[in-house]
Design a protein around this ligand. Sequence first.
Ligand SMILES: Nc1ncnc2c1ncn2[C@@H]1O[C@H](COP(=O)(O)OP(=O)(O)O)[C@@H](O)[C@H]1O
Ligand SMILES: C=C(OP(=O)(O)O)C(=O)O
Ligand SMILES: [K+]
Ligand SMILES: [Mg+2]
Length: 612
Amino acid sequence: MANTLPVYDVRCAWQVTDVSAFADRGGLSNGRVGLRLCNLGGSKLRGNSSLVSRSGGRNGACVGGSRALTPITKSVLKTEYETPAGVEADVTRLERAVTERGFEVDSRIEEELKGEGGFRNVRRTKLIATIGPSCCSYEQMEALASSGVNIARLNMCHGTHEWHRQVIKNCRRLNAEKGYGIVVMIDTEGSEIHMGDLGGVSSAKAEDGEEWCFTIRKFNGPLPAYTLPVNYEGFAEDVQVGDELVVDGGMVRFEVLEKVGPDVKCKCTDPGILLPCANLNLWRDGYLVREKNVTLPTISSKDWVDIDFGISEGVDFIAVSFVKSPDVIKHLKSYVAARSPDRSIGVIAKIEDANSLRCLDDIIRVSDGVMVARGDLGAQIPLEQVPSVQEAIIDACRKLNRPVIVASQLLESMIEYPTPTRAEVADVSNAVRQQADALMLSGESAMGLHPQKAVEVLRGVSVRMEHWSREESHHEKPPLPEISTSDTGRTSEQICNSATQIANKLGADAILVYTRRGYMASLISRNRPDCPIFAFTESRNVMRCMDLQWGVVPFQFAFRKDLESNLLQSLALLKAHCMVRSGNLVVAVSDVSSASQSGTGVLQSIQVHVLS
Ligand SMILES: Nc1ncnc2c1ncn2[C@@H]1O[C@H](COP(=O)(O)OP(=O)(O)O)[C@@H](O)[C@H]1O
Ligand SMILES: C=C(OP(=O)(O)O)C(=O)O
Ligand SMILES: [K+]
Ligand SMILES: [Mg+2]
């Protein structure tokens, strides 16, 4: 079969490394592979796309198909940018902005506020894009940022540190040169049971009824026919004859026939494409076999190396894969605090291991945020339970005041197609309606053909659904349980709850909050007010971390002596830069440390201000 069919996309040249992947997922014969490629190219070729059955392609062709594509334009990685790139430039620019202009805010938000829509149209749901070969050049990342990406996610399963370092550099450079506030998140690989590489081949195909051997033997170079390596030493011991082996969240399934020493002979029951390093799950008598993964460390030795890399690169968030209990998060948080005493790095617990559902609240309490990682979660619990578990996780995070990200397959078909399915739009709308803090793209941005369009779909659907939800459920929100335990905490919480009520009742244009560590901003965000939350802080680090939260627009700003001075000074600056107008009504609150400190104690208040 022809192995190299270059097709020129507008942004990138692609090489088909595994034509069988297309043929399998799209049900295309070899002779029609060329037609399939037409669908992947630029507009010049798109005329032919109707020759390929669209629905045929959607039935899974995108995943196997696109994964079999490798970009051959290496120029995407050659956008070396020497000084003044990097963190220093980002910091210098911010410091300059704060001294010269008095404040700093993401230039995209500034434009939005100056525009027609003003406050009301500011998007509340934050957007995360996984960066991969389809979107890693400076120009491609700029395109994603201009479409509204708040956070760049780097999946440490893929790519080298050098590659990730270049992407982080691009983020800093965008922030420094364009005034954006792109936040950086790394995501660990984790050590769940997975297949090894396929002896250098990019994919293999398993047909119905075929016998394959899963083995813990090690190979150097090409694998024997019908053989798949497994990374976990205890694999052959743990499986039982009759078990179901689910590959890659259900993309391929096998039944275990026989165990012979280190080899496990299996029969393919659901054919499909096998990809290198695909995750493996065992099911027995209709239940997931959990014990095997319990013995593996959540953070592997490779993960620790990646975490050290993230800390040294100054990333803002670390997402931990396959969290099973709160302990690992506590451990990582104390490690990060010791290694990075001057900058806080948020630790995000990914909920994708069935065991984590047993201690969900405890995991949420010790984390700085949570991700509903639906990809792997859907392989560990029955698929039909994923939507209700998603809703339960989002609700639990709201109650416990932690930001929550909904991830995976939001717009899966857009890996290949320029428009989403109606079902995908409904799924995204649902997550927005549930008021998740952030939505995340994976393959759609990392290796898809339409990364920017995918971001635009998320943005458009978010704004539309947020608007609709505000109209529909005005003032019907059920009260949230109290979460604070200390006296000062309770005061702050009540101030934030009341400020939200006042803002909603008065139809305020914004809530302004002055916060040193971001806690007050989170308490207001938790209430999901009708208006945006302008959160002023002195620290750039806090500013970046607050950007994961629903409805929060972070500003960097030097605090004055009390709430009133902060309020008047920041409003004067916003007005001078046309970000507020006369007649705007704002509600302002402040945390204890940024509120007035008179000789007689701390005065915390809620102020209402109508701009003259
Ligand atoms: N840094 C990268 N380099 C190359 N490919 C990547 C990178 N990040 C993501 N990808 C591609 O995008 C796909 C989807 O991303 P993601 O869902 O994060 O990973 P995975 O499929 O491993 O869980 C990956 O399977 C991989 O093909
Ligand atoms: C986000 C997820 O994790 P990853 O993409 O790293 O597998 C997921 O499984 O949904
Ligand atoms: K990962
Ligand atoms: Mg996962």
